[in-house]
Design a protein around this ligand. Structure first.
Ligand SMILES: *[C@@H]1O[C@H](CO)[C@@H](O)[C@H](O)[C@H]1NC(C)=O
Ligand SMILES: *[C@@H]1O[C@H](CO)[C@@H](O)[C@H](O)[C@H]1NC(C)=O
Length: 362
């Protein structure tokens, strides 16, 4: 008696109308391949005698009876797509619940538990069945080369879902996406979403996120990715401060290249053709331990990667003397001031000494 009592409570919660004598679950969800139950219960009232209960399915095929239980003729499973998979769990007029095994996506639809009664006619209630297939999701970025045409830079896929997975994109990249949907043999749906943009160097490393939502997933699948755009080097030379003079020590030029992939080579050249002997080159650095007149020239640096090259040049003007206001000049000035102050102090001392002597002699 106890299980029945429990069942009654559940059913009362599920569908409440007091006048409704047939009670079913309003909504039933099952995963593809699993078994699912369709519960039905009839509240027996005096004077209303059910003599047949029929489960009727409405789907794209139309209305069809899938399972019948007659008070005298017993059980019958008509020839439908569910025959062999559908059965009454423990058949009785009060509790004609059925079970369907090996759920297929085509099992989705409306199932009605329909009673034929003496004195009250037909009474019924319906369940909506959703057969879910959890999709297999994945996402990837595609390495691309900076250019003038829009290309696919990222792809997000939700395969074999029922219903179809929902794909969303989140990025600051200036592009847009398009989806392709494919119906699979097992009636599941595969979705491929491609994100396109005109790739620029600035898009390299930019964040792009694909989010896939699905009823059968407990949480959204979130794929955080970074765009990968390859581009030839853009180059500038740093290190020349405009204050190079003969005798200045330890100056250095650096060839700074922005490139993806990183530059494979740096080549330093000089306008005169002959690299000065005082210049020392290691990779992207050109060092001059002691500046001389041979450094009074124009240096160029070219960086290369597999996509191309970039170049910059700098004219390093060398003066014979440290320019005014340079750190060298100010130290000389400081020295001169120091000497002058010292001289002034000495002069003052001498003056006082002389005065004192003069006073004494008076
Ligand atoms: C996609 O983006 C490009 C440029 O960002 C725009 O010109 C084009 O109209 C967009 N296409 C759609 C379908 O929104
Ligand atoms: C460097 O070259 C400039 C002209 O380009 C010249 O005026 C200057 O005197 C040169 N400096 C030295 C130290 O020769």
């Amino acid at each position: 008696m106890k299980p029945v009592g429990l069942l009654t409570v559940v059913f009362a919660v599920i569908q409440g109308a007091a006048s409704q004598r047939v009670k079913v679950d309003r909504e039933v969800q099952a995963n593809l391949g699993d078994a699912f139950q369709l519960r039905c219960k009839f509240e027996v009232v005096q004077g209303i005698i059910p003599n047949q209960v029929t489960w009727v399915r409405e789907s794209s095929v139309g209305r069809e009876n899938i399972a019948v239980f007659h008070s005298t003729h017993g059980l019958n499973y008509p020839n439908t797509a569910l025959k062999g998979r559908v059965s009454f769990i423990s058949p009785s007029m009060e509790n004609p619940s059925i079970q369907v095994s090996d759920a297929k996506t085509s099992d989705s639809g409306t199932y009605t538990c329909e009673y034929a009664t003496y004195s009250s006619g037909t009474e019924q209630a319906s369940s909506t069945v959703f057969i879910l297939a959890k999709p297999q999701n994945n996402a990837t970025t595609l390495p691309v080369i900076a250019g003038k045409n829009a290309v696919v830079v990222a792809r997000c896929e939700s395969a074999k879902g029922q219903p179809a997975g929902q794909v969303f994109w989140d990025t600051t990249a200036a592009g847009n996406h398009s989806n392709t949907t494919k119906l699979e043999n097992d009636n599941t749906v595969s979705v491929v979403s491609e994100f396109r943009l005109i790739p620029t160097a600035a898009d390299n490393g930019r964040d792009i996120t694909c989010i896939i939502k699905h009823r059968a997933q407990r949480t959204d699948d979130i794929y955080k990715m970074k765009l990968a755009v390859q581009y030839p080097p853009t180059v500038y030379i740093s290190g020349y401060d405009g204050q190079w003079y003969v005798g200045r020590s330890n100056v250095q030029l650096t060839c700074v290249a922005n490139a993806n992939p990183p530059p494979t080579s740096f080549e330093w050249t000089v306008a005169s053709g002959q690299m000065p002997k005082t210049a020392q080159i290691t990779g992207n650095k050109l060092s001059v331990p002691k500046v001389d007149a041979s450094i009074n020239t124009t240096f160029a640096c070219e960086a290369k990667n597999l996509l191309g090259s970039g170049q910059d040049r700098v004219t390093t003007l060398v003066t014979a003397e440290p320019p005014p206001g340079s750190s060298a000049t100010s130290s000389i000035i400081r020295a001169i001031i120091g000497i002058l102050v010292l001289a002034a102090v000495n002069a003052t001392g001498l003056l006082l000494y002389c005065r004192r002597r003069n006073r004494l002699s008076l």
